[in-house]
Design a protein around this ligand. Structure first.
Ligand SMILES: Nc1nc2c(ncn2[C@@H]2O[C@H](COP(=O)(O)OP(=O)(O)OP(=O)(O)O)[C@@H](O)[C@H]2O)c(=O)[nH]1
Ligand SMILES: [Mg+2]
Length: 323
């Protein structure tokens, strides 16, 4: 089976196909527009095409470093052909991105039976941490786990209430500290509470923090050190939530949060908006942390396991019609 057949098979099995396609529509249009200028790519036109491709990738938020790697890899691939058609270009783009995105299998969240598993959610203000905590709680509850949503955002007024409301909607346990309590201390009490109640997963929603605010990043570091005293393996998952519309800054966020929290995954939210989507390749190539989920809306069900095949198809589109 060729790469594209494989991708198509994965696509047809994915229930979120239409959401993906609509989420990446604007970038798909741009790539299409670049390709539509070409029928056959003669040797003379290759250089100017490569420039256009680089610009298209930069505009899609892939980031300079990763765009450069992609273009070099892609250029090498088309050099092997005597005659380059639009279909070849698409096919080689698939191959290029597929190669850049190593470790393509997306693991389920790591949950060990018989212990309290801590999922730590971090990210900058408004990225979607609280909503995504609820969406994950909902998915894990449906898989049969007992969940406690923990309000470790003691910073923003209303944050605790927001999570509490979600816990009622999802129908899972909820834990909060006292007003103004230090978030690390909330985590300790939450861990004890979850152990006592034999909760499988505690999902810790934290306050939004800018990656360049040292004291807030130190607070996050402290939370991780402290929770380990109660639960040595914690956090079993450390997930960074990034608003996909953030563009290049998202790659910086990923780098800095990764230094502090040792990320096990990234969640890109608001992919249903005007996001350009290229950031997924940029993040993976820059910090080698996989994108685990993408947020495709504000509702509790609008969280999809990331699929590189779906993603590439949504960006590059159909290949066979050019055969
Ligand atoms: N369209 C869309 N909206 C989303 C998605 N995820 C979150 N939102 C919205 O983004 C806004 C912010 O979400 P929150 O979950 O409160 O973000 P947060 O990171 O917890 O924010 P702070 O706690 O203030 O840092 C809300 O209006 C959410 O409904 C998504 O995948 N798609
Ligand atoms: Mg929040």
């Amino acid at each position: 089976m060729g790469l594209f057949d494989y991708i198509k098979k994965a696509l047809n099995q994915n229930k979120d196909k239409n959401k993906y396609l609509s989420g990446f529509k604007s970038t798909n249009n741009k790539i299409e527009a670049t390709l539509n200028k070409i029928d056959v790519l003669s040797k003379e036109k290759q250089e100017s095409f490569m420039e256009e491709l680089m610009i298209t990738l930069l505009e899609a938020d892939v980031g300079y470093e990763t765009s450069k790697i992609a273009c070099d890899l892609f250029y090498g691939k088309i050099q092997e052909l005597n005659f380059v058609t639009k279909r070849d270009i698409k096919y080689k783009l698939y191959e290029t991105f597929y190669e850049i995105y190593k470790d393509r299998e997306v693991d389920d969240l790591k949950i060990t039976k018989g212990e309290v598993n801590v999922i730590l959610m971090s990210g900058v203000n408004g990225a979607g941490k609280t909503t995504t905590s609820a969406k994950i709680a909902h998915q894990l509850k449906n898989q049969g786990y007992t969940i406690c949503l923990v309000a470790a955002d003691t910073f923003r007024a209303g944050a605790v209430k927001q999570l509490e409301e979600w816990s009622k909607i999802v129908g899972v346990d909820f834990f909060k500290g006292k007003d103004g309590e230090d978030p690390s201390s909330v985590l300790i009490s939450a861990a004890r509470y979850c152990k006592e109640k034999n909760i499988d997963v505690m999902i810790c929603d934290t306050a939004g923090r800018l990656q360049n605010k040292v004291n807030l990043m130190n607070e996050l570091d402290k939370m991780i050190r402290v929770i380990k005293k109660e639960i040595p393996n914690a956090p079993s998952e450390s997930l960074l939530v990034i608003d996909a519309n953030t563009g290049q800054n998202g790659i910086n966020q990923a780098k800095l949060f990764n230094e502090i929290t040792n990320l096990t995954g990234v969640i890109l939210t608001k992919m249903d908006g005007t996001s350009k989507g290229g950031i997924i390749l940029g993040i993976k190539n820059t910090i080698n942390v996989p994108v685990r989920f993408i947020g495709l809306g504000e509702k509790i069900d609008d969280l999809s396991k990331f699929s590189i095949e779906m993603y590439l198809y949504s960006l590059i589109g159909e290949v066979s019609e050019y055969q």
